[in-house]
Ligand binder design. Structure first.
Ligand code: ASP
Ligand code: MG
Length: 425
């Protein structure tokens, strides 16, 4: 039997009891005949606590030192887990990201993996040991400094290692039973999805679904690495994320057009009011945002009013970048000659996602009718081939998610979604 990579998130290794439970599961996998490589996150809320600590001693912690500090979280869990496995009579060896051969660029806090050279991991498993690797970290190829991959980055470590080791599967364990048709805390009858394509999972992750790190799904798609998302608190099968061709259609699912509903409350909306409707103005506005390193999401430009020849341009962006964007745009006011800026951060985005919508007409109408029936006003719209997103008032997000979910018959009365642990911090 081949190599299995298992990744355990922070809530699965939150305390000694959880670590011992996870150790049992790992040992069981090993005893079933697999070579096992484990990737761990920091215990519980450790990463947040370390960030708080850094902010207490410095208003602007240097990125290099912050990375050094944060990687300590995963080093604690890897060593503790190796001890717990040892106590069950199996040999386990822990490795930092650097020792495991995770080579990154030098972008502290959001480093990208550029190569994985897992020689020490291969040696450990060849010698019969279980290898435990600290997630979310690597070492810069150029500076040789320790880097982190960005919040939630352990998923990416796991998939990258699985690909480099040619593993059979990358299992990602968290505190829910897999990927659901919507957030079960909002939609109690949300259904667990047995199998889903990389493309749909990417759209879900990019549009607010918190189950997998976006970069991890991109990595898996590029390397065709199957991901099995499941709970470390139960033995139920979870959700398989696969190539579209490999997804078997769920026969119990009447409505195969839409796979799920995602929502996102992390964005804000800016409107530039009264922009002269002339060549080059939209470009000037977007260039200012690009220069400020701001990633914008949806953009809408209205038809200009005939009388004034002025138009409004609205766009959404991460709330965290709101202030920077407003400052950058304010500097353009005289040059572009717009009237004013409006900032709104009580917005949310609701998206329906499904590969089946490529060939099914009327999906947008059905979605918008459901929103209308639920009295939800649409502020902005954007689409991809397999997604329709709307921006609505933040207070209407849950209402809109439930309306969309039932309009496409995504609910179930059989399965009950369980969120086992975690503080959701
Ligand atoms: N511990 C890191 C975080 O909380 C990485 C991870 O959990 O994947 O963001
Ligand atoms: Mg974490």
């Amino acid at each position: 039997m081949g190599i299995v990579v298992q990744k355990y998130g922070g809530s699965s290794v939150a305390d000694a009891t959880s670590v011992k439970r996870v150790a049992q599961r790992i040992v069981a996998t090993k005893k079933a005949g697999h070579d096992v490589v484990v990737v761990v996150s920091a215990m519980g809320d450790t990463t947040d606590e370390l960030i708080d600590l850094a902010n207490e001693v410095s208003p602007l912690p240097p990125a290099r030192e912050l990375d050094m500090l944060l990687t300590a979280g995963e080093r604690i869990s890897m060593a503790v887990l190796a001890m717990a496995i040892g106590n069950l009579g199996q040999e386990a060896r822990s490795f930092t990201g650097s020792q495991a051969g995770v080579i990154t660029d030098a972008e502290h806090g959001k480093a990208k993996i550029i190569d994985v050279t897992p020689g020490r991991i291969e040696k450990a498993i060849a010698e019969g040991a279980i290898a435990i690797v600290a997630g979310f970290q690597g070492v810069s190829q150029t500076t040789k400094d320790i880097t982190t991959l960005g919040r939630g980055g352990s998923d990416t470590t796991a998939v990258a290692l699985a690909a480099a080791l040619h593993a059979d599967v990358c299992e990602i364990y968290s505190d829910v039973d897999g990927i659901f048709t919507a957030d079960p805390r909002i939609v109690p009858d949300a259904r667990q999805i047995p199998q889903i394509s990389y493309e749909e999972t990417l759209e879900m992750a990019a549009n607010g679904a918190k189950i997998l790190h976006l970069r991890c799904v991109e990595y898996a798609r590029r390397n065709d690495m199957p991901i099995h998302v499941r709970s470390s608190f139960s033995d139920k099968p979870g959700t398989w994320v696969l190539k579209a061709e490999d997804v078997t259609k769920d026969p119990t699912m009447e409505q195969a057009i839409i796979s799920g509903v995602a929502h996102d409350r992390s964005e804000a909306k800016i409107t530039v009011v009264g922009v002269p409707d002339q060549v080059g103005y939209a470009a000037a506005i977007l260039k200012a945002l690009g220069d400020a390193q701001i990633n914008i999401d949806m953009i809408v430009q209205n038809v200009s009013a005939a009388a004034t020849a002025l138009t409004d341009i609205s766009f959404t962006l991460p709330r965290a970048d709101g202030q920077t964007a407003m400052t950058a745009l304010a500097r353009l006011k005289d040059q572009v000659g717009f009237e004013r800026l409006q900032y709104d951060d009580s917005v949310g985005k609701v998206s329906i996602i499904g590969a089946g919508m490529r060939s099914a007409p009327g999906i947008t109408a059905r979605f918008f009718q459901a929103l209308a029936d639920a009295n939800v006003n649409i502020a902005m719209i954007s689409t991809s081939e397999i997604r329709i997103s709307v921006v609505v008032a933040e207070s209407q997000v849950e209402n809109a998610v439930r309306a969309a979910h039932s309009a496409f018959d995504l609910g179930t009365d059989e399965v009950e979604a369980v969120v086992y642990g975690g503080t959701g911090r």
